[in-house]
Ligand binder design. Structure first.
Ligand code: 5AD
Ligand code: SF4
Length: 454
């Protein structure tokens, strides 16, 4: 709070108009949530938040490290700031997030991007006011090396981007060490927020009119493990569902080794919870899964899918898949195709394996060319497209509930089903950010078309 007061005074001396800040997010929903906190903090300090980098006095790049192409894209974007900063010497450039939790990246920024003023990691967003103060008063760059910090700061001011959709981080970090994944190295050890804090944030969101809430964590199914009180993810879900109101709860990501029947039963018993479960499978072959250190077999994966199908009417699944893990053969890749055809996911996020420095898989032998992996990826995408078309077709004639997202000039609207399918419809009244009942009449491209019932 001291630093916030100090930085306010500095800004008053330096700027005649309200200074502007721009926070750019790369990567996942967790990063989006962190960016909302950074915007909250900057807005609390006195910045007006803008989408324009050109007119900003403070630019924050919240970065991602999950794949190499994310990092390359971010470096390209940071490079472009050099000219903007030359045009506006008052501009502060800050880089935070997962990418700068790797020392070799911090070193590269120091060496090759000298116009970057501030670098700070993912687990200590609250240091930003101090770093800004020191940057201004000492006229010295503030480049923090990655630190291992595990306490959780509550009561962050948060400036939400959506009016009906919001996310809540329920836990941070990951202890799973899947052999391809950088997350446990950059986000640190797993720790959960207290249920009372999550409940208070959830209640506030519902009271503020939010209708679509996503609970976030790298592995939500291990929620509660480090807490003193005995609580697991199923208990937390059940607790949240006692809050009255019209809303839908999503959660991501689940780990197939940790999701259990108790969680499925809670979903079954609470219609507020989305009927689409995100359950990243990563590969369809047991040997590859073992090498990935996923700690489940396809048999176990199918057991939980089948249990959910027995228990929950209209349940569907989305997933993440990596093709071309080191040592994966063509035959093993075909097992992934088979799995995709068997489960018939409603949504699939597919990636080509990207080696990440410091992970176990980065040292494994990899004999398949990137070109061949691209062929596999494209085949999988094609298979999945057909599956999605079939899913879309199966909706025609059905009545659904959807949350209205956007209004267009021609009087048409788009709404989203809880499984993320988009529905287009016309209406004379504006139902933006509200739930509507729709009768699905057809399919257009990758969306559904509908008539408004209520
Ligand atoms: N290469 C490619 N994809 C990866 N993912 C995580 N690490 C890598 C990597 N090194 C994918 C996984 C994960 C999703 C968020 O990103 O599928 O579930
Ligand atoms: Fe990465 Fe595995 Fe943790 Fe997910 S569960 S964040 S893939 S290590």
């Amino acid at each position: 709070m001291n630093y916030i007061e100090k930085i306010r005074n500095i800004l008053q001396d330096r700027f005649t108009e309200t200074p502007k800040a721009n926070v750019v997010t790369f990567g996942c929903a967790q990063n989006e949530n962190d960016s909302e906190k950074i915007r909250g903090l900057l807005s609390h300090i006195g910045y007006s938040i803008t989408d324009s980098i050109e007119s900003s006095d403070m630019v924050v790049y919240n970065t991602c490290a999950i794949r190499e192409n994310a990092e390359l894209k971010i470096f390209g974007n940071i490079g472009k700031l050099k000219a903007l900063k030359a045009a506006n010497p008052n501009m502060i450039v800050a880089v935070c997030g997962c990418m700068v939790m790797q020392q070799h990246i911090v070193d590269k920024i120091k060496k090759s991007y000298p116009f970057v003023d501030i670098v700070f990691g993912v687990n200590n967003l609250e240091v930003l006011p101090q770093l800004m103060c020191d940057r201004y008063t000492q006229d010295k760059k503030q480049i923090l090396s990655p630190i291992d910090k595990t306490d959780i700061v509550e009561d962050f001011p948060i400036l939400r981007s959506g009016k009906s959709k919001a996310s809540i981080s329920i836990m941070f970090g990951c202890d799973n060490f899947c052999s391809y994944c950088i997350v446990p190295y950059v986000r640190g050890r797993e720790r959960s927020r207290k249920p009372q804090d999550i409940m208070a944030e959830f209640r506030q969101l519902i009271a503020d009119g939010y209708k679509d809430i996503t609970l976030l964590g790298q592995n939500v199914n291990s929620y509660g493990k480090n807490l003193e009180e005995k609580i697991d993810f199923a208990d937390l879900l059940q607790m949240l569902c006692t809050v009255p109101g019209e809303y839908v709860i999503h959660f991501m990501s689940s780990h197939p080794k940790d999701i259990n029947k108790k969680v499925i039963d809670v979903i079954r018993d609470n219609p507020q919870i989305s009927r689409q479960i995100h359950l990243p499978v990563q590969a369809g072959n047991d040997r590859v899964l073992k090498e990935m250190n996923r700690r489940y077999t396809i048999g176990q994966y199918m057991d939980i899918i089948n249990y959910a199908r027995q228990q929950i009417e209209d349940v569907s699944f989305s997933s993440d898949i990596i093709v071309g893990f080191p040592g994966e053969t063509y035959e093993e890749y075909l097992d992934t195709e088979k799995l995709v055809k068997d489960v018939r996911f409603t949504q699939l996020f597919t990636y080509i394996y990207s080696p990440r420095t410091g992970t176990k898989a980065a040292d494994m032998e990899d004999n398949i060319s990137y070109k061949e992996k691209t062929v596999w990826l494209n085949r999988l995408i094609k298979i999945q497209q057909n599956i999605v078309f079939e899913h879309l077709n199966s909706y025609i004639g059905k009545t659904v509930t959807a949350l209205v997202e956007e209004k267009y000039e021609d009087g048409s609207y788009t709404a989203r089903l809880s499984n993320t399918f988009v529905v287009k419809f016309n209406s004379d009244s504006d139902f933006t950010d509200q739930f509507v009942k729709l009768k699905i009449t057809g399919k257009k491209g990758t969306s559904l078309t509908a008539e408004l019932l209520k």
